[in-house]
Each structure stands twice: as structure tokens, then as C-alpha cells.
Design a protein around this ligand. Structure first.
Ligand code: ADP
Length: 420
């Protein structure tokens, strides 16, 4: 008997047992019968023509429709697993129903077809899984992007909405100062109230400005005003600006004279000052009274690395990347004290994202190192800021402007020398 005749002989038994092994539920089994019969026809065709590719269209259909997923009760529903089950059932039937020689002949004819079908099914399924996972990832990415956008839009709208009433408060306070006779406006308790409103409005203004900065950075709209900058001068100015605050917290702020700090580089002085101010204010804020903050640095090829180290509460390694994201403030909001420079004084969590935006707009980088968060042991944190040394402004307009200025400066000195 030929292999084909053997297969035709066992067909009714094969169809019933294979559908039983693949589909536990009666309803599913009935729906599946047509597919099983198609599979059998194609298997015979493949053996007859000695062409294992005959089964491919059906396998493609199965893998695309994932029609097999409701067929297997064990939960193990890959196409390859199902094909293996079909193979096992077939071998069992051939052995039970045919003589050893007939079974052997049928098996030899069938095995290359199954081997090809198995390889093809695994490949299809892997492709399908990769496509599926990529699709899901893409959906998640789009959703995250949408959430990020709404966060950014919310900040921009809220900042805009807060600005109007804030301007009104500031305007009315200065009007009150104008119209009230000095014996009122400069005497307690009126002066206290006016100063209180002033201080509150200033704090609110700083928050609104931060919100605007974050949305400008988010939308890649930060434009830098490149000018010559000397880091030692910038840091010394900040030291003077923060001296009162540092003294109030009985801390010591040391700014070392590190290599490269007195070299001229091009940068946006105002923005860089804002970035360093944010990091220094955080160091003051997250370091207990009496602590130390040290600014140091080193010269690297093409870059200056500035470090701002404190003896404060530290930051858990797993939180370290998070603090540079907007609203990345850590800890329980309810436990934060208020105030911009008080110990653990709360803020909206916008300072470091702005700082990162400014530093990155300069072509630099910022990161933090800390052993971990421990309010008792205070392991401290060290912020690293890497800035490229720019010998001329990166944009053509500023470069031309500075060339003109330098040219004029040179001419002035030449002219000055001649006339003397
Ligand atoms: P905030 O307005 O909360 O200060 P920032 O963006 O400036 O926002 O900082 C984000 C968070 O990073 C802070 O809430 C704080 O938890 C943590 N952090 C920043 N600097 C330090 C530091 N020097 N020591 C410990 N924690 C810090």
C-alpha cells in the first residue's frame, strides 16, 4: 500500500482524534472540523507532489487569524505546539491502524512535510510576535507622547492663567504704596502686610516664570544669547547673591579656583547663572543647617566639568534620573516644609528640568551622584555639570556681532596708540 493510500485509509479516525486533541469543547471542535479537513487535504497534496510548501497558505491563515487560540485547552497555543500535537496523534494512529512497514512508509513520506511546516510556523509566529510587540510599543509611545504633551500644555496654560491675576496683585500693591501716606505704608502693621503680599507675589512670579521656562524648553524654543562668560566670575556673583541665605542656614559655601574656571567661553550668562543658581539653591535646601557646599571643577579636552557637592540628605540611585524630569520632586509632598531655602523646602519640581534644558541647550550635560537617601547619615549629593568650551558663539549672528565688536575694539586701541 502506498503512503497516500495509507493516509486516505486512516483519514476519518485522524480527523476525529486530531480535532479532539486540539479542541476540548464540542462547539469549537465542530467549527474546527473544516479547517482540519483542509489541513488533511493539503497534507496529502504535499505528500503526493513531494512539495512541503503546500501547507504554507493554511499556516499563514492560521497564524494571522490566530484561529487556533481558542482551540487548545492547555493554554499553550503556539502554532508550533499545535502542529506537534497533530504530529504525535498522526504517529499514534499510523502505528495503531497500519502494519509496521506501512506505518514506516507513511511516516517517511510525511516527516519532511511536517518538518517544513513546523519551521515555517515558528518563523511566521516569531514575525507575528515581533510585529505585535512593536505595534504595542508604538501604541504606548504614542500614548506617552500624548500624556507628555498634555502635561506640557497644562503648564503653559496654567502659567498664562496665573500671570494675569499676579500682574493685578503686583500692580495694586505698588499703587497702594504710591497712594498711602508714608506714615501708613512704611509703618507697622501696613508695611508688614505690603511686604507680605510683595514676598508672596514674588514667589508666585518665580513659579510662573519657571512654568514658562519649562514649557519653552519642552517645545524646543529656548533661545540662548551667547556672550563671553567666565565661570569664576559667574560663580563668585552667585556666591555674593546667596551669601545671606547661606549664612541664615549656617552653611559654608566654598567655591574653589579650579583649572579652566578663569577661561573665557561663550554661553548665555543669564541662563547659566539661572542653572547654577537652581543647583546651588537645591544644595542649600537639601542640606541640614551647618552643612557644607563645595563648588569645584576640572578642565577636560574641550569641556569644563563643574561639580557642586553638598553634605545633605542624598538621593537614592533609582531616583537620580527622575529628578531631572518635570515634577520630579521626591518624597511626600505633605512633609515638605515651605520656603525656597528652608531645609527640605518644597518646590514644584521644575528647577532641575530647567537646569538640564539650559545645560543641554549649551551642548552640555548634567547628572548627579549620591550614595543614597539618608536623612540621618546625610551622605550628600554631587551634581556634575559638563559644559563645552566655546571659543566663539555657535550661531552665525552672534559670531558676526562679536567679530565686529572685537574688530572695533582692536581699531580703537590702534587709534588710541597713534594719537597718544
Ligand atoms: P524642587 O522644586 O522640588 O526643588 P527640583 O527640580 O529643583 O525641584 O528638584 C527635584 C527633586 O530633586 C527635589 O524635590 C529633591 O527631592 C531632589 N534634589 C534636588 N537636589 C537635591 C540635593 N542637592 N540633595 C538632595 N535631593 C535633591
Amino acid at each position: 500500500m502506498s503512503a497516500i493510500t495509507s493516509f486516505i485509509q486512516v483519514r476519518p479516525l485522524w480527523v476525529s482524534q486530531v480535532s479532539q486533541s486540539l479542541a476540548g469543547a464540542q462547539g469549537v471542535r465542530l467549527r474546527f472540523l473544516q479547517q482540519i479537513n483542509r489541513f488533511y487535504d493539503l497534507l496529502l497534496q504535499a505528500i503526493e507532489q513531494n512539495d512541503p510548501r503546500q501547507l504554507e497558505p493554511l499556516l499563514v491563515e492560521w497564524s494571522e487569524a490566530r484561529s487556533h487560540t481558542d482551540l487548545d485547552d492547555t493554554g499553550d497555543t503556539t502554532l508550533a505546539v499545535l502542529l506537534n500535537k497533530v504530529l504525535l496523534t498522526t504517529v499514534e494512529i499510523l502505528q495503531a491502524e497500519l502494519t509496521a512497514a506501512e506505518a514506516w512508509e507513511a511516516l517517511v513520506a510525511m516527516l519532511p512535510i511536517y518538518t517544513h511546516a513546523l519551521a515555517f510556523a515558528s518563523q511566521r509566529e516569531t514575525q507575528w510576535q515581533v510585529q505585535h510587540v512593536s505595534g504595542e510599543l508604538e501604541k504606548t509611545r504614542v500614548e506617552l507622547e500624548r500624556l507628555e504633551r498634555s502635561k506640557s500644555d497644562f503648564i503653559a496654560i496654567a502659567a498664562h492663567e496665573l500671570k494675569t491675576p499676579l500682574t493685578l496683585i503686583e500692580g495694586y500693591v505698588s499703587m497702594l504704596r504710591e497712594i498711602l501716606p508714608p506714615e501708613y505704608s512704611q509703618q507697622p502693621p501696613t508695611d508688614l502686610y505690603l511686604r507680605g503680599i510683595d514676598a508672596g507675589a514674588r514667589r508666585l512670579r518665580a513659579i510662573v516664570d519657571d512654568m514658562i521656562d519649562v514649557s519653552v524648553i519642552d517645545n524646543n524654543l529656548l533661545s540662548l544669547n551667547f556672550q563671553p562668560v567666565w565661570l569664576n566670575r559667574l560663580l563668585a556673583a552667585l556666591q555674593r547673591e546667596l551669601a545671606e541665605t547661606v549664612a541664615a542656614r549656617r552653611q559654608v559655601l566654598t567655591i574653589r579656583d579650579f583649572p579652566g574656571s578663569n577661561e573665557m567661553t561663550f554661553g548665555d550668562g543669564e541662563r547659566l547663572r539661572q542653572a547654577f543658581r537652581n543647583v546651588l539653591l537645591n544644595s542649600i535646601k537639601y542640606t541640614p543647617d551647618g552643612g557644607a557646599i563645595t563648588v569645584d571643577g576640572r578642565l577636560l579636552p574641550g569641556f569644563i566639568e563643574i561639580t557642586i557637592a553638598d553634605t545633605g540628605i542624598g538621593i537614592d540611585p533609582e531616583d537620580q534620573p527622575r529628578i531631572f524630569e518635570k515634577f520630579g520632586r521626591l518624597g511626600n509632598v505633605a512633609l515638605h516644609s515651605s520656603g525656597k531655602t528652608k531645609f527640605k523646602g518644597g518646590g514644584p519640581g521644575l528647577g532641575l528640568p530647567i537646569t538640564k534644558g539650559i545645560i543641554e541647550a549649551h551642548g552640555g550635560a548634567i547628572w548627579v551622584e549620591s550614595e543614597g537617601y539618608d536623612e540621618a547619615k546625610c551622605p550628600g549629593s554631587t551634581f556634575h555639570i559638563l559644559l563645552p568650551i566655546l571659543t566663539q558663539p555657535p550661531d552665525d549672528k552672534s559670531a558676526r556681532l562679536f567679530q565686529m565688536l572685537l574688530g572695533a575694539e582692536r581699531q580703537k586701541s590702534l587709534y588710541g596708540k597713534k594719537t597718544r
